[in-house]
Design a protein around this ligand. Structure first.
Ligand SMILES: [Zn+2]
Length: 240
């Protein structure tokens, strides 16, 4: 059940303690993909995973701005501080838990949020306010995960499957020409670059041509199945 479309009476009637909370970012995704890529993708996977799950789960509204200052050189990128982000996610989960939805899977679409989400989920679980874990969709797509870049094959393919009208296909050559092969500028295991414009001219990492809509459909199905299995485990945890 999508919380945004339910009434309060629907929410009151719902007999589940499970919720998914999509979290993304509004940030540059090269010249070809929309600024909303990370939250659109998190939302599609959260909904597909909730559909694939055999049981009731609340789909909370998507949090669209995350930790993305590393993309500040590119126009339209928005960000909040890690402190603000952690507090906002924590309090959103606390309000879900207040209504009894106290087993929460955060469905994340942005690499920059990973560390903060893990911290928030640990803290909530240790204090007993809720049991929460964070799921990042592009880490749950098997062999494909190694091709994750930024606005590269995976994210672009998923958008081609879910929101084809938002991918500027006439700019793919340009996106590929200005792209970096890998994220960061590494020396002795240290990334010397704090911001993405230090290693990519147009914001892209990887080849956005390397993933058609069929690959996007496969990614969506792999991630949705992984999320449904995770929901099974989170629902059963501690009840055996
Ligand atoms: Zn992204």
């Amino acid at each position: 059940m999508r919380l945004s479309e339910a009434t309060w009476t629907d929410a009151a009637d719902l007999d589940t303690d499970l919720a998914v909370l999509p979290v993304g970012s509004t940030e540059q995704h090269g010249p070809h993909a929309p600024l909303g890529t990370d939250f659109l993708n998190a939302e599609s996977i959260a909904e597909a995973g909730a559909d694939a799950f055999d049981g009731d789960v609340v789909v909370a509204p998507t949090i669209p701005v995350g930790i993305a200052e590393e993309h500040r050189a590119f126009d339209g990128t928005l960000w909040v501080s890690p402190d603000t982000f952690r507090a906002y996610v924590r309090e959103t989960i606390e309000s879900l838990a207040f209504h009894g939805f106290d087993r929460v899977v955060v469905v994340n679409g942005h690499g920059g949020n990973v560390e903060a989400l893990a911290e928030v989920c640990r803290r909530l679980s240790r204090t007993g306010d809720a049991y929460a874990v964070a799921f990042t969709w592009f880490d749950a797509v098997g062999e494909h995960s190694k091709d994750m870049g930024h606005a590269g094959p995976l994210e672009t393919a998923l958008l081609r499957h879910t929101h084809p009208e938002l991918v500027r296909e006439d700019r793919i050559d340009e996106a590929r020409d200005g792209a970096a092969a890998r994220w960061g500028e590494w020396v002795s295991g240290v990334n010397l670059a704090h911001d993405s414009d230090e290693f990519t001219d147009n914001g892209v990492v990887g080849d956005p041509a390397d993933g058609d809509a069929a690959r996007g459909e496969e990614l969506a199905s792999l991630a949705a199945d992984a999320l449904a299995s995770l929901l099974d485990a989170v629902e059963a945890r501690g009840r055996e």
